[in-house]
Ligand binder design. Sequence first.
Ligand code: UDP
Length: 328
Amino acid sequence: MNILVTGGAGYIGSHTVVELVSRDHHVVVLDNLSKGHKAAVRGIELVHGDTGDTGLLKDVFRKHNIEAVIHFAASSLVGESVRQPAGYYHNNVVKGLALLDAMVESDVRRLIFSSTAAVYGEPVEVPIPEEHPTAPTNPYGATKLALEGAMRWYGQAHGLRCVSLRYFNAAGADPSGKIGEDHDPETHLIPLVLKAAAGLASHLEVFGTDYPTPDGACVRDYIHVSDLAAAHALALDALAAGTPAAVYNLGNGNGYSVLEVIKAAEEVVGKPIKVKYGPRRSGDPAALVAGSGRIMAELGWQPRFADLKTIIETAWRWHSSHPFGFGK
Ligand code: UDP
């Protein structure tokens, strides 16, 4: 299939490109490189441009005979979204609508959307099934949910067929060690733990020790980025087979606390990691764990790297060989 991947030079996007190419799809990446890295998509056609540029989108659709879009390009930092909601509505909703319009006008009607567990907000039930109420507690989750809603109505009105994948905590790196996570600023737990392990940070700060969890630290469901990537390929197959629309959670169904992640990382790197205990980070729910039964049952998705230590090992392979990410 001819596939356009927006945000394909980013973390999850670039891993998905690797997966698609391994399945013999023809991939074109559209990325404005505001966060993504050119070096993450070597050997793939990269169009340097913006998802809000409908003229450019239509040209790319025509030139490459695009049959499906996987849409990653978005702003994705929870804390930043609370401080700057306008930027999030603009990037994630306004530009998202520009993409949907360009698709409809160009008769490209298959879309896989990079959504998030943040659409659920504070869980009333864990593991969280897809039927869980959606009540985002920050603009990031709200903007992702807004585009999910638009996709549903574009489906009814224009025959656009969409799969939304609601990721829990993406982690790890391609087992080759050639691509991995490189955010600026880095806010995610596992890369920060490994930076502390590598001596690039003095310590890791644990955000909150008084949560109602077994050890008082936040619990999350870490899912390997290559397992996420594989889910996108399966979702594309489902659309090709005629699925009109679907929403799937993606996690392993196992929750690990921040302290358990640090302990597993210490075992992987073979030395203690210096930790300081700080206050809670605002907006962090105590525990987020996915119920991913639906995608397993309907698409046959199975994680290949479900074990936390394996996830951290692949991340360590990348971080220890690329201490400055793609930059150096
Ligand atoms: N966390 C932490 N210290 C850090 C970064 C993150 O204790 O320096 C915690 C954070 O509070 C959350 C978990 O690690 O409970 C995962 O955070 P991350 O930012 O990786 O992902 P999120 O759950 O926000 O999507």
